[in-house]
Design a protein around this ligand. Structure first.
Ligand code: NIG
Ligand code: FE
Length: 410
């Protein structure tokens, strides 16, 4: 017989399935069985065999429904903030200069190391709650503000705990190669060796889903990045890269050699990098919040990425230095205004392609039978409105793994 089913109906579904604009289904319905979507389509076509098993019906009055949003690049776990550096930048100091003078990421490392596990958890949980209130059901969290065996593990444990205790799917990424901690000043190769050596233990504790690095003039070289990726590959872990954010280090082409899930930022990506990413099937994760907050002027090569068929994702990059924002919807708007994505590309970027960037392409990011039942009901009529409004939260309900987590009682 199977489990009882819940029918969510009278909806306009933007399924994001391929083939038609937005994968739109008018007068649609979703049948949920446990944590999965059992059936998705026009209500009139609901299979007769399933009807007797429907135990609950929730009418949505014609509201728009999309897949749960996926924020595929965040640095959510950290202590302190860097509002004072924001002021310095407004007075003319650059992000690079502040980092080279010992501020930047290293300032947040100091604040993170002195915070307790409980403090780190509570701060990150509050941030996650803001994202969730706008429809986020899946979140990637990177380490990278611990930068020692002990503190990297602590930050990843906090990230895992968020996934256990909040109604969210959390993917944990090790970003030990984020900046050089002061203990290793002048010895970046030694630091990378140490960071590679932490990986097996972190993996054995189940704390790592992917390995990331920051390859740039103020961070690590392509050679050091390669070393980190080799360590990841030896453990069967997928890689990602903060690539070509501030300068072109040809990091994306390097990451592509390791079959990277994604390369992120990419303002300085060149044609060879685009082609390498296309050949490897890597997702281009664009981060308009960091572009905005650092007042960048170099645009990522969106037209070339499109032409080469590289999937484009959009994320908040939430972090205290370059992107302290907590609105994925605002990122959709900025992706359109700054990067000239279409509203549909922007929404695919926070659903289908974001899922792919996390290795969840088969189970998340679209409204389709068999996938996890993660969806959002919006106080909107048309899906292009998602990237249009800003500073307003039109989220009415969030359902994650079949359970409503935001919204009025059903
Ligand atoms: O994605 N680029 C490197 N890492 C972060 C910024 C980290 C920070 O400034 O604290 C980013 O922009
Ligand atoms: Fe980042």
């Amino acid at each position: 017989m199977g489990e009882p089913l819940t029918l969510w109906h009278q909806a306009r579904l933007a399924t994001l399935r391929p083939g038609t604009p937005w994968g739109l289904v008018e007068q649609g319905a979703l049948l949920v069985e446990g944590d999965r979507l059992r059936w998705v389509g026009p209500e009139a076509e609901l299979p007769a065999a399933l009807r007797p098993r429907i135990e609950r019906r929730i009418a949505l009055g014609g509201a728009l429904v999309t897949p749960g949003l996926i924020d595929c690049h965040t640095h959510l776990v950290y202590g302190g903030h860097r509002a004072q550096e924001f002021e310095l930048r407004l007075k003319g100091a650059s992000y690079d200069e502040i980092a080279r003078a010992g501020g930047g990421i290293r300032a947040t490392v100091s604040a993170t190391r002195v915070a307790t596990d409980g403090q780190l958890f509570n701060l990150a949980a509050e941030r996650a709650a803001v994202l969730m209130s706008e429809g986020v059901t899946t979140l990637e969290i990177k380490s990278g503000y611990g930068l020692s065996a002990e503190h990297e593990a602590r930050c990843l444990r906090v990230a895992r705990r968020l996934g256990r205790e909040l109604p969210l799917t959390v993917r944990c990424t090790s970003l030990a190669a984020h900046a050089l901690p002061h203990e290793f000043t002048g010895r970046p190769d030694d630091y990378i060796e140490a960071a590679c050596a932490w990986l097996p233990t972190l993996q054995a504790e189940g704390l790592v889903d992917a390995v990331d690095a920051f390859c740039d003039s103020i961070a690590f070289t392509p050679g050091q990045t390669r070393r980190m990726f080799e360590a990841a590959r030896a453990l069967g872990l997928p890689v990602k890269l903060h690539a070509e954010q501030l300068s072109n280090q040809h990091g994306a082409a390097l990451a592509a050699q390791f079959g990277a899930l994604s390369c992120d930022h990419l303002e300085h990506l060149d044609g060879d990098g685009v082609r390498a990413m296309a050949a490897a099937g890597s997702v281009a994760v664009l981060l308009p919040g960091a572009f905005y907050f650092l007042r960048e002027t170099q645009l990522p090569p969106v037209a070339a990425l499109r032409e080469a068929g590289v999937p484009i994702a959009i994320a908040t990059d939430h972090n205290p230095g370059s992107a302290p924002g907590l609105s994925l919807l605002l990122m959709l708007n900025m992706a359109c205004t700054f990067f000239r994505l279409t509203p549909e590309e922007a929404l695919r970027g926070a659903t289908v392609h974001a899922a792919q960037a996390l290795g969840l392409g088969a189970t998340h990011g679209q409204l389709e039978a068999g996938r996890q039942a993660d969806f959002v009901v919006w106080d909107l009529a048309a899906p292009n409105e998602l990237a249009y409004w800003f500073g307003r939260n039109p989220c009415l309900r969030v359902v994650r793994a079949g359970v409503q987590t935001v919204g009025p009682e059903t």
